[in-house]
Design a protein around this ligand. Structure first.
Ligand code: RUQ
Ligand code: CUA
Length: 663
């Protein structure tokens, strides 16, 4: 009874806090200083200074903006099908979305993370996590395309991901939901959580060319892993994960997982884990997960199902994992550029604890423990604590660093960004966000070398900031100048999907290596046609392979006859252009999927099953030339069972084919 009362009281307190602080910050209209416009104005024809990669949340995609203008440059399809680009619709890209559950057309992408060299962002790749069906994707920043996706076994709600080590040795993924491991019978009562549910941390190795492989997993107690960041500099070799629900509740978590005064940050010594792995301490476990790779030469993705993963047990292997108590359901877990300070952000806390890596090492050496949690030693809070930022705001979520010794933390409940000094832990400055900021981003702000200059807040709620658009309003980013003593709001810009984390980096690190087109001589797609003379249409039973080309402003062939109702028609279209920014599109009437958008030099395939006899026009969907609207063709569909010969041609009315036309 007493417990229930205290639970209710606690819930009421949270309610009051949220109610009191979620109201509109004052001066919303007048928060912008007069020189803001000049600071974000990028003249027509001029480039932005930074790329900003923003997660699309439940859109499953990642979007790219220019900063400081906030101009949307590109949406990169990652975990969701994208009819605009044919991603997940073309035969070549469908395997990218294959999983152990089959083809999955959607996911929820929360956190982009740029690859790093020596702890500095290097502009090679950006990684993204899929929360729902746990996966990690790698996007190639020379093509702005998803190059690889790896699924994570033993996981659910892959949230503390895809954070990386300072030389991109590993991309790491911690499971949000603990679940029974994949290789045991998971048909257990839900309230056997404590006994049967486990939390897994996946360490995905990244090769020289970016290729991902699950090097090992660490089995941990069943709790919720939330966010993470790698150590850097002196703490390189360690990884830090925030976790909540150390109450191990399996229902009504909003109350039941908020019981304890402190949850944990899990410190993982991954160098130690590597030693154990080498010493053969890992257990090979049978699982099932997909690994999908897009090949830029065949222009085709392949999906392979893998069946084994190596698991290290945190309970059995000493000196690998340590819990650090962290107040009130920590969310963000951020490491400063020196690698010495680890910042935990308790969603329900009214202070920010900052832990010291040196103190943590000392505490471990001296065994300053407060017992253990499911076999993992718990370091004494005071022993690892550097200090606390007092009264910073309410509901701290995430922290980024400006490279000048300061940290900026986002506060969801009190809707503000707060800058504080890492050494003296004093609050220096605060600025409202409109409204309910989640993540924030400083260019390079989670690396060893932040670029400072701006912070961007990513907001959950925008009531009254934009023209009304029905029940749901745009989610948005806000750009602040942080070069002076006072953070200064410069710009609001709406985002695609829900922005969670984001990364930004100087444009120079990417812009000059952008691929402009694919060399057609290197195109090894099995269905490529390298010139108009090589096009053909071939029937294989009820399958018809159409080898087609496109170039401004026609398709070859553009007249096809002899297709029958119920045929499986594959349009393999090669874009013969060798010029920048000249994709062609392909769409055919009645197709039950999307379009193709074929990059110069590339081959893509659309599958089409005609359903009734008649003429089906097709056309180019991307305005490619003055005669784009002439870029079209026709397919004649005859009834099933008729013997109409296959004919195809361009530019003449007498079809050219073996199987000659007797008309
Ligand atoms: S989480 S705020 Cu994935 Cu913080 Cu979004
Ligand atoms: Cu090709 Cu429009």
């Amino acid at each position: 009874m007493k417990k229930i009362k205290s639970q209710l009281l606690y819930a009421a307190l949270i309610g009051i806090l949220i109610g009191a602080y979620s109201c509109k910050p004052k001066n919303a209209g007048s928060a912008v200083t007069s020189d803001a416009a000049g600071k974000v104005y990028v003249a027509p024809g001029k480039y932005d200074e930074f790329y900003n990669f923003v997660s699309g949340g439940f859109s499953g995609q990642m979007s790219t903006y220019g900063l400081p203008s906030g101009r949307l440059l590109r949406v990169i399809p990652v975990f969701s099908v994208d009819p605009e680009k044919g991603y997940g619709y073309s035969e070549e890209t469908k395997p990218m979305l294959n999983t152990s559950h089959g083809f999955v057309p959607w996911d929820d992408l929360h956190h982009p993370e740029l690859s790093q060299t020596n702890g500095e962002v290097d502009g090679r790749w950006i990684f993204g996590n899929a929360n729902n069906t746990p996966r990690v994707a790698r996007i190639d920043l020379s093509t702005f395309r998803t190059a690889e996706i790896i699924e994570l076994p033993n996981s659910a709600g892959n949230h503390s991901s895809p954070f990386i080590t300072e030389n991109t040795e590993y991309v790491v993924a911690g499971t949000r939901f603990s679940v029974p491991p994949d290789n045991v019978n998971g048909d257990v009562p839900i309230n056997s959580y404590r006994k049967n549910f486990k939390g897994y941390l996946s360490f995905i190795s990244v090769g020289k060319e970016g290729q991902m492989d699950i090097a090992f997993q660490i089995q941990c107690p069943g709790v919720n892993f939330d966010l993470s960041h790698a150590g850097k500099g002196k703490s390189h070799g360690w990884f830090f994960f925030s976790c909540y629900n150390t109450e191990q509740a399996n229902t009504l978590l909003e109350v039941n997982a908020s019981q304890k005064d402190k949850d944990f940050i899990l410190a993982v010594n991954w160098k130690k884990a590597e030693e154990y792995l080498k010493a053969g301490k890992g257990k090979k476990v049978t699982v099932k997960y997909a690994h999908n790779v897009y090949n830029e030469k065949t222009h085709t993705a392949t999906s392979e199902i893998r069946n084994e993963v190596t698991v290290l047990d945190s309970k059995e292997l000493a000196d690998m994992c340590y819990f650090i108590p962290c107040p009130k359901s920590p969310h963000g877990c951020d490491v400063d550029p020196t690698g010495e300070y680890i910042v935990g952000s308790g969603k329900l806390a009214a202070l920010i604890p900052v832990f010291s890596f040196d103190k943590l090492q000392k505490a471990i050496a001296n065994k300053e423990f407060d017992g253990s949690f499911d076999g993992i030693p718990v370091v004494k809070y005071q022993s690892a604590l550097y200090g606390e930022v007092q009264k910073p705001g309410l509901g701290p979520l995430h922290t980024e660093f400006d490279g000048k010794g300061n940290a900026i933390t986002s506060f969801f409940v009190s809707s503000e960004l707060v800058r504080w000094n890492i050494k003296d832990l004093k609050v220096m400055d605060r600025v409202p966000t409109y409204y309910s900021v989640g993540h924030l981003c400083i260019p390079g702000g989670d690396s060893r070398k932040p670029f400072g200059k701006y912070v961007i807040a990513y907001n959950k709620i925008t009531k009254d900031r934009y023209l009304p658009t029905g029940p749901e309003l745009a989610q948005s980013a806000q750009l602040y100048d942080i070069s002076g003593d006072k953070m200064q709001l410069l710009l609001d810009f709406p985002t695609i999907g829900e922005p969670h984390y984001a990364q930004a980096l100087p444009a120079d690190l990417i812009k000059n290596k952008s691929v402009k087109f694919y060399n057609i001589d290197e195109n090894t797609n099995a269905f490529a046609s390298k010139g108009e003379a090589t096009v053909k249409v071939i029937r294989e039973g009820n399958k018809v392979q159409v080898y087609m080309t496109c170039i401004r402003s026609h398709f070859t062939p553009d007249n096809i006859e002899g297709i029958r109702v119920g045929d499986e028609v594959y349009f393999h279209i090669t874009n013969l252009e060798q010029d920048w920014d000249i994709p062609h599109g392909f769409a055919i009437k009645g197709a039950a999927n999307g379009e193709l958008l074929i990059m110069p030099g590339e081959t893509q395939t659309l599958k089409w099953i005609p359903e009734k006899p008649g003429i089906s026009p097709f056309y180019c969907t991307d305005f490619c030339s003055a005669l784009h609207q002439e870029m079209q063709g026709y397919v004649r569909v005859s009834p099933t069972g008729t013997n109409a010969p296959l004919l195809f041609s361009t530019g003449k009315n007498m079809p050219v084919t073996e199987g000659a036309n007797k008309e």
